[in-house]
Ligand binder design. Sequence first.
Ligand code: FES
Ligand code: FES
Length: 160
Amino acid sequence: MFHGKGKSVKQFHVNGETREAIIRSGDTLLQTLRGQMGLSGAKPACENGDCGACTVLVDGKPMHSCLILSIEALNKPLLTIEGLKDSPIQKAFVEKWAIQCGYCTPGFVLKCHALLQNHPNASDERIEEWLESNLCRCTGYAEIKEAIKSVLNAEENHTD
Ligand code: FES
Ligand code: FES
């Protein structure tokens, strides 16, 4: 099928499903997720790698999807906020009021999910370090840290 000059159909593994998208070689993963797959949870903000609003997990690692080419994400498991529906950390953000306008929230939830996966005994210092890559302009970071800690406490972990 003809898709226009420089475009081709590629398969991606997103949130446990195989999805097809028509991409150009220069498309970012953020553009493909939002424009081709209807996954609008990853947010465009700075589009320069500075804010973390576009964070998704690529092969389990939090990445700024505005800085990754779609072709770099082929054959790697991708997790977006849509794949974290009803997860402990997503619920904790709601319960601890770690949201105000919500624009930064998907990126934060994914970053926090990765933190909990990689450091199930995360100390306060570790949490601070992991949150440095994401910016929020309206809610306090205290509520976000409370959300993380509530999940850690629920799993009966201890600080390292
Ligand atoms: S939109 Fe990607 S880091 Fe800001
Ligand atoms: S809740 Fe508004 S930017 Fe973070």
